[in-house]
Write a protein that binds this ligand. Sequence first.
Ligand SMILES: [Zn+2]
Length: 278
Amino acid sequence: MTIIEPHIHMYSRTTDDYQRMFSNGIKACVEPSFWLGLSRKSSESFFDYFDLILDFETIRAKRFGIDHFCAIAMNPKESENAQLANSVIDKLTDFLKHPRCVALGEIGFNNITKNEEVAFERQLHIAHTLEMPVIIHLPHQNKVKGIQRTIDIIKNEGIREELVLIDHNTEESMVYARKTNSWTGMTVYPISKLTPVRVMDLLKIYGYEKMLVSGSADWGISDPLSMIKVKSTLEAHSEPNEKISDILFNNPNQFYSQSKNWKPDLALVPLNPNQFQR
Ligand SMILES: [Zn+2]
């Protein structure tokens, strides 16, 4: 089965991960820009990072048979520095027009502050203007307040909700997410966020339509094969095959197909290492 991983930070993963992803059927992925673990001191550091994931990470992934795309944005955490956030957002459109960019993201709330809200609203407006998909990150704490404020901002902006993915939902936020026309994201982590069984239980309650599941693997304890574990769990509990394909392939494909840049090549094969070019 061909799998699309809709949210993963390959910048912080190894080549072993690419090899394991490919051999388990993950043929395309989307890497949203994020906080690197150290808050950056200048806008230029963001621009170099955006170039790196848009240009180099795509080449690196291709060596292992995976077609790699990006989502670009000023992340919620570093948006607390308003001056820095504004200087990055001022130049965002240049990166959003890159042929490997398929969405704006991830944006949203971290601590639900005024500065985060300003950066969130400015960027949502850019996505609306460009009619491009947008990935919204819910805060780790205070999910209910976070999703209520998030939905207010989406409604105020008036962006078409089908373009929006509200990501990192849990049992608490799900009821709010499912009242919108936005896509609903769930993240499977080994020790926090959701387990494959919790994801399955939520799918059984809320249905498979407009649901996206990802591993969101990064430099923390996380798993680039989370989607494979979800697949095994759904299969072990005899969920219908067409629903499993919706989660692993059709839904992420449909969400990102709203970008003209989303044309994944699912027939890539890993290169022999002596074909790698520096
Ligand atoms: Zn992420």
